[in-house]
Design a protein around this ligand. Structure first.
Ligand code: OGA
Ligand code: MN
Length: 298
């Protein structure tokens, strides 16, 4: 794949044909406005951007993220530990509310962050909220030698390639996005374990959303488990959701990130899905994530 030359010597190298690009020649801790404008343009086109070999403090991560949008608060269960003997395990005190720790590391038997070493199923971040974050930026501090890869899927492409009958059918439909579990399936504090998807508690969003910046339509699926289309019977909802999910997560819409320490990957939650492989719990994986406020899907 050839690289395109952007202003200020920034190189944009697509990571395949479906989704994602490497941005080379950029230090995210020292970004000027011209370079950021090139990054934003590339993000609109590629949906997921990777920046390798970065050295970022939590404050650097927050400052870069603030250029993309207003920082959103972290989800429950991803709160980091402000002071530890090992600085690699700590989170800056000023980052506690805005930088989520995604890690399997335990200190004194207590997880320092969220998601453990488990597989996380296809999802988009915090779509169970009425106003889900538009973007997330995930920065790798320490990664295992293998496993824990993160895949991304292009929901514009998924929408555009749907059969015409399904596309017409879903135009006016909504979906309830389950708030009770995180992406590795853990039940959140304060939520009941509901077996019947028609009773699911969470935000209700259109299945087809219009991206507020590009004005393009895409599928907005959130997560499969406990999802429910309230305009349909449970049986019809299950069948349609199975059909949409099987289509949307086909490998031709996807790209998989194999992490190196120092990678920062940012993605657009409005028009992508992501999932993560499990990994060997005897290795440490430490990631810091920001999420940027979005608007109500329409
Ligand atoms: C996330 C997430 C994937 C990963 O941070 O939102 O899904 O690779 N993480 O840990
Ligand atoms: Mn996620």
């Amino acid at each position: 794949m050839s690289a395109t030359l952007a202003p200020a010597g920034v190189r944009i190298r697509p990571l395949g044909t479906a989704i994602g690009a490497d941005i080379e020649g950029v230090d995210l801790a020292r970004l000027d406005d011209t370079t950021f404008a090139a990054i934003e343009r590339a993000w609109g086109e590629h949906l997921v951007l990777r920046f390798r070999a970065q050295t970022l403090t939590d404050v650097d991560l927050m400052n870069f993220s603030r250029r993309i949008g207003t920082l959103d608060r972290i989800p429950i269960r991803a709160a980091g530990v402000p002071m530890t003997a090992d600085p690699r395990l700590a989170i800056a005190p000023e980052a506690v509310e805005y930088v989520a720790v995604i890690s399997n590391v335990k200190l004194d038997g207590k997880a320092i962050g969220g998601l453990g070493n488990y597989e996380s199923h296809w999802h988009t971040d915090m779509s169970y909220n009425d106003i889900p974050p538009m973007a997330s930026a995930l920065y790798a501090i320490e990664v295992p030698p293998s496993g824990g890869n993160t895949s991304f899927a292009n929901m514009y492409a998924a929408f555009e390639t749907l059969d015409a009958a399904t596309r017409a059918r879903i135009g006016g439909l909504t979906c309830i996005h389950d708030a009770s579990r995180n992406s590795v399936g853990e039940l959140r504090r304060g939520f009941a374990d509901i077996a019947d998807p028609s009773q699911t508690v969470g935000a209700r969003h259109p299945i087809v959303r219009t991206h507020p910046v590009t004005n393009r339509k895409c599928l907005f699926l959130g997560r499969r488990r406990s999802a429910y289309i309230p305009e349909l019977s449970l049986q019809d909802s299950e069948a349609l959701l199975d059909h949409l999910w099987a289509h949307a997560t086909a490998p031709r819409f996807c790209w998989t990130q194999v992490w190196q320490a120092g990678d920062l990957v940012m993605w657009d939650n409005r028009c992508t899905l992501h999932r993560r492989d499990e990994f060997d719990d005897s290795y440490q994986r430490i990631m810091h994530r920001t999420q940027m406020c979005g608007d109500r899907p329409y």
